[in-house]
Design a protein around this ligand. Sequence first.
Ligand code: NAD
Length: 472
Amino acid sequence: MIQWNEHLINGARRAVREGRTVRIHDAATEAPLGEVHLGNAGDVDEAVEAARLALPGWQQMGVDARAALLRAVADALESMGQDLAHGISREVGMPLKLSQRIQVEAPIAAWRATAALADTFSFVSEVGNSRVTQVPVGVVAAITPWNYPLHQITGKLAPALLAGCTVVLKPSELAPAASAGLMAACERAGLPPGVLNIVLGDAEVGHALVTHPDVHMVSFTGSTAVGRKVAALAAGDMKRVSMELGGKSAAMVLPGADLARAVKATVASCFLNSGQTCSAITRLIVSREDYPACRALLAEAVAGMRMGDPADASTRIGPLLSALQRERVLAHIAEAEQGGFDRIAGGPDAPVPEHGYFVAPTIYGNVAPDSRLANEEVFGPVLAVLCYETVEDAIALANGTRYGLAASVWAVDEASGEAVANALRAGQVDVNGARFNAAAPFGGFGMSGVGREGGVYGLEEFLEPRAIQFPR
Ligand code: NAD
């Protein structure tokens, strides 16, 4: 069994002193993988102090030197890419082939793309008799979830470090491989001591970080329930917050759009990483006339998805993270069964592999708009299909949850798709299957969060403008 039992504080590894641990299991076999040792508030104090002391030197180093170090981190991560992809796949359950591309290669590209912003971003501008300088916010607490662990860490660390902030990271205690790899990568890259500190822990460590008086900003990704608590605590001393939270994103198929393509893309999005994706499309909104054809296409699409061993190259659907996660998802499915919706695929008794935390890809049609399934994030492979009578109806349904992270619009042409996209309260809307753009802002309206990650928008989150006036 692997023991994840070291913090990174002030450039050195430090053994976790406290005795509490969390057991991690292989998602596909349920065999124990290892133990994560959990730190405490004392560790947070040491890490924040190291970050505070490292701040002036890191700022003075200049953006080009910081960008060079970001590229060195990317190179070091690349050299351990295979191990990282394996580790994350075993923890989270994502098929290995996808894990390589999405869990590892995409974040490495993001470290490099963020470094490249050093060449184009204007840190100083002239406004009348003022010189406006973008200065780093200061010491950042980064708290991240388990579902895309390296990606979510990268979305905070790379821009924070480029901006000149120093960071204390508390990664998810449920997916430790990514931060362990990152720790080694930062050592190899020669990041100066204290610039990045990593404290292993759970809610106790997260709470200590959020309430620490020397932390200037909290950048949090996780559930809306925890995000609300964290934002309220951070407001106590007016820390800047950035919140990337849950979602219940919808795809709308407008009259005359390509239904077959819409169904294919929706199924791919909903069941990616077994539904453990914040921006997954988990509601499909179709016209009542299209419903019978949509139903048949959905059933066919799911029948072709192989569920099984994440290491097998033909597997499309792996297991969920843990027994607890499977239990939560099955509770949503049980409730949907009681709602009397039209089960199109999967369900509580659908066959799954004998070992591993599997839930069969499940689809319900004619889902009531006021049901829990239509409104709450499941974080598992469950799609809800809702029917509309008019396009206004469809827009109201899409905007009808408290979330607002992503959406897809399928339309006869781009102009009508854009018109509907403009009516949606969602941070990311793709029209007719357009691909993800890592340089575009990513984040949510409403209960999906505050602030944006990605590209220049992600960098600006970690900067404060300071205006200096001159007697001109
Ligand atoms: P979670 O909210 O349970 O935990 C997230 C992090 O917060 C973990 O590191 C956890 O240890 C820490 N934490 C828990 N309680 C805390 C507390 N009281 N104070 C401070 N920190 C605390 O979420 P999760 O289960 O790890 O991740 C799944 C959730 O994350 C889903 O809701 C998903 O939609 C969301 N998510 C959002 C995005 C996005 O970009 N919007 C991306 C990925 C995941």
